[in-house]
Design a protein around this ligand. Structure first.
Ligand code: PLP
Length: 385
């Protein structure tokens, strides 16, 4: 294998830029004007931004007026997770934030809440938010300090496990709380309807869909209950997020959102078949492999597995040397591989390493075959060591 032959199996970290998104970005980059300007150039870009808003709204069956563009999901999370809300003109305080133990750091860090105002919700051994524990936590919530807010993801970025968000919403709303749903890994992989999910806010990110990095959105259920802005200034995005919009990034985001809703079922069937072949291949190669979440609902593209005795970091490097880009699930910005907080939350030994393969629309049978050949070689070297 030459050095340049690489197999990219890390779509949950970021998806390769779609050709349609690239074209849309480049076309918008060449457009002169500021979307807030009243002249023709400005109006043309305003039209582009508003068209992007419609496309992103369609991904979640939400109203375009309820989409606030941000620089990514992390910013959207920091916008939504705040004690300071307004119900129309009336200030409304959120007293405590409850986040599931398996949330991405963008949520787990608690946004603008003080650390001691954040409580974690445990997950079950199966990797699902513990509804009983959530009910107990909310029953004990002190409403005198403000309403409860709960943040739970729709699909986990490491395991791909789909969370019982509808049931979570039922518990949260029964206790008069607000529900923020991180739909970053679920968007384009399961069909999402903000009303059917009964979420108050959804968070999505462009680069997980094949759009450019650095664009995302916070989508609200209505327009009455809104968080205090995180970024103040010129009042763009109806005052919810100031700063000149990035039309090129938004055009690319929109192209990716359009692609994500097209033929979802067909795409999932194809990607799911590849993932199943990959997992059967690993099981055929060794009885030792543990595939996390195999017995519960998962998004079709993700396989998170452990090989007892193989550390995440060692495994990741071994596959990288084989030309395979996969992930340990949770990489810090330093590139250092930390222990998977998801596996720990599920009750696994802290020493158990996890490796994540995540596929996408451009993944092929040849990719799976190359992965399995590398898997066999990694296993053989381990046996020989
Ligand atoms: N939430 C989840 C589940 C993610 O996987 C990620 C990205 O890794 C984020 C949030 C953060 O997204 P962004 O890179 O757009 O800030």
């Amino acid at each position: 294998m030459t050095k340049t032959e690489r197999t990219y199996l890390d779509w949950n970290a970021t998806a390769p830029l779609l050709p349609a998104a690239r074209e849309a970005v480049l076309a918008a980059l060449d457009s002169v004007g500021n979307p807030s300007s009243v002249h023709g150039e400005g109006r043309a870009l305003r039209m582009l931004v508003e068209a992007a808003r419609r496309d992103v709204a369609a991904l979640l069956n939400a109203a375009p007026a309820h989409v606030i563009f941000t620089s990514g999901a992390t910013e959207a999370a920091n916008l939504a997770l705040t004690p300071d809300y307004r119900m129309g003109r009336t200030p409304l305080t959120i007293g405590r934030l409850y986040v599931s133990e398996i949330e991405h750091p963008a949520i787990r860090e608690g946004g603008r809440f003080a650390r001691d105002a954040v409580t974690t919700i445990p997950v079950t051994r199966a990797g699902l938010v513990d509804l009983e524990a959530l009910t107990t936590l909310l029953a004990g919530h002190d409403k005198a300090k403000g309403l409860p807010m709960v943040a739970v993801m729709l699909a986990n970025n490491e395991t791909g496990i789909v969370q019982p968000v509808k049931s979570v919403a039922e518990v949260v709303h029964r206790h008069g709380g607000l529900l923020v749903v991180d739909a970053v890994q679920a968007a384009g992989r399961v069909s999402i309807d903000i009303a059917a999910l009964d979420a108050d806010f959804l968070i999505v990110s462009s680069h997980k869909l094949g759009g450019p990095k650095g664009a995302g959105a916070l989508i609200s259920r209505g327009e009455v209950l809104m968080p205090a802005p995180l970024i103040r200034g010129g009042g763009q995005e109806k005052g919810h997020r100031s700063g000149t919009e990035n039309p090129a990034a938004l055009a690319g985001f929109a192209a990716a959102a359009r692609a994500a809703v097209a033929d979802l079922a067909g795409r999932n069937a194809r990607i799911g078949a590849l993932r199943d072949a990959l997992e059967s291949g690993m099981r055929a190669a060794t009885n030792d492999v543990v595939i996390h979440g195999a017995d519960v609902e998962r998004i079709a593209n993700t396989s998170f597995f452990s090989l007892p005795g193989l550390k995440s970091e060692t495994g990741q490097i071994a596959f990288d040397l084989e030309g395979i880009a996969l992930s340990a699930g949770s990489a810090c910005s330093s590139g250092k591989v930390g222990q998977s907080h998801v596996l720990t939350a599920m009750g696994f030994d802290a020493a158990l390493g996890g490796l994540r393969v995540s596929l996408g629309p451009a993944s092929t049978e040849a990719d799976v075959a190359r992965f399995l050949a590398a898997f066999s070689r990694v296993m053989a070297r381990r046996r020989a060591a």
